[in-house]
Design a protein around this ligand. Structure first.
Ligand SMILES: NC(=O)c1ccc[n+]([C@@H]2O[C@H](COP(=O)([O-])OP(=O)(O)OC[C@H]3O[C@@H](n4cnc5c(N)ncnc54)[C@H](OP(=O)(O)O)[C@@H]3O)[C@@H](O)[C@H]2O)c1
Length: 335
């Protein structure tokens, strides 16, 4: 009987503040061959997403918290290594809600989505044509209702979602301003991704720099970060501006939430529409967005960057890089 060694990260306790290695248990188990109707997938890449930090908390959200002792929730791409189910053969590439483990066993139809490795790099399914790209697309065009000629401000602009937001806005004929940490990332935004301006939020004078970069104000403010940057952007909103609230990474590790934003009162006279959204709400329309994102990425109109940290066992340190910013574009683990 051929078994497969499964290496796994289990949630051992609820983290307080930033994640530490002690919040998890790493173990290995032998997986038997698939029973009738089951498929075994060897994961190749696992996505590291800021949302995972929220799933570790014992708090109600759009998905239930990960149970203590369970494999940590995560999504990835892999290859079928053994199949006892129709429609899946050894070697097939799939995306899967695998969890943080090297072997994923499933019998649920619809869990696995086959992907064509000839169409685009398989890692793109975790980035530009996966959840981050879809978040950018629906957040900007549906929630943000972007029109040609408008000004877009995007925070977390050198990340997986933000970098696609800015480039989609450019394709749509908007003026694009990005916020990122440090001069290198800001240069990357303007020189490589074609943003019209970039603001380094780690430098002094962020409010003034934002005002200078947005001389006609902001029409769509796509916020990935929350906290002081959300407050700073709101001061510059134009009448009838739209604010797709995508994420608040500056607060995910907080043990006490900060007050604010103080600029929220402007939403009334300026008739702002501030709307939170979750990409999964658009699942029925992914088919509309994926071919467009794939075409633009293949044509180079959307540039992609990936930071792939090798080794599943490096999860805790790799995950911390989402919060320190020590990475460019989409962060993932090579399994
Ligand atoms: N609503 C949805 O359905 C949905 C779906 C996907 C993602 N999201 C959200 O979208 C946001 C971006 O996700 P992503 O996957 O694209 O992550 P990412 O942007 O690739 O990585 C996170 C980035 O956030 C920046 N950052 C970290 N702490 C910060 C702080 N205190 N202030 C300002 N910037 C900070 C870092 O860049 P710097 O080096 O520039 O600091 C880091 O690289 C997250 O908030 C995530 O939760 C929401």
């Amino acid at each position: 009987m051929t078994t497969h060694t499964n290496r796994r990260w289990l949630l051992a306790r609820r983290p307080k503040g930033p994640v530490t290695e002690e919040d998890f248990t790493f173990d290995t188990v032998e997986e038997d061959p698939p029973a009738e109707g089951e498929v075994l997938v060897a994961m190749r890449y696992i996505s590291l997403d800021p949302a995972m930090r929220g799933w570790m908390n014992d708090a109600p959200s759009y998905v239930p918290p990960v149970k203590l002792g369970a494999v940590m929730r995560a999504y990835g791409v892999g290859q079928v290594v053994a199949s006892n189910a129709p429609g899946f053969a050894e070697g097939d590439w799939v995306t899967a809600p695998s969890g943080l483990q090297s072997i994923y066993r499933t019998r649920r139809r619809g869990d696995l989505r086959k992907i064509d490795p000839e169409l685009c790099p398989t890692t793109w399914h975790l980035g530009v044509v996966g959840m981050p790209g879809l978040t950018a697309y629906f957040g900007l065009f549906d929630v943000g209702q972007l029109e040609e000629g408008e000004t877009v401000l995007v925070t977390g602009a050198a990340g997986a979602v933000g970098s696609v937001v800015g480039q989609l806005a450019g394709i749509a004929g908007a003026r694009v301003v990005g916020v990122a940490g440090g001069p290198d990332k800001c240069r990357f935004l303007t020189e490589t991704l074609g943003f019209d301006a970039a603001v380094d939020y780690k430098a002094d004078g962020v409010q003034e720099a934002l005002a200078a970069a947005c001389p006609d104000g902001i029409d769509v403010f796509f916020d990935n970060v929350g906290g002081p940057l959300l407050e700073a952007g709101l001061w510059l909103m134009n009448d009838h501006g739209r604010v797709p609230l995508c994420g608040a990474i500056s607060q995910y590790n907080a043990t006490a939430l900060p007050p604010g934003p103080r600029s929220l009162l402007l939403a009334i006279p300026r008739r702002l529409r501030i709307e939170g959204f979750i990409v999964m709400d658009y699942a029925e329309r992914y088919g509309e967005a994926v071919p467009r994102l794939a075409t633009w990425a293949r044509e180079g109109r959307i540039q992609t960057r990936e930071t792939i940290v090798p080794g599943l066992e490096n999860f805790p340190a790799a995950f911390a890089r989402l919060f320190s910013g020590d990475k460019l574009g989409k962060l993932m683990l090579g399994v």
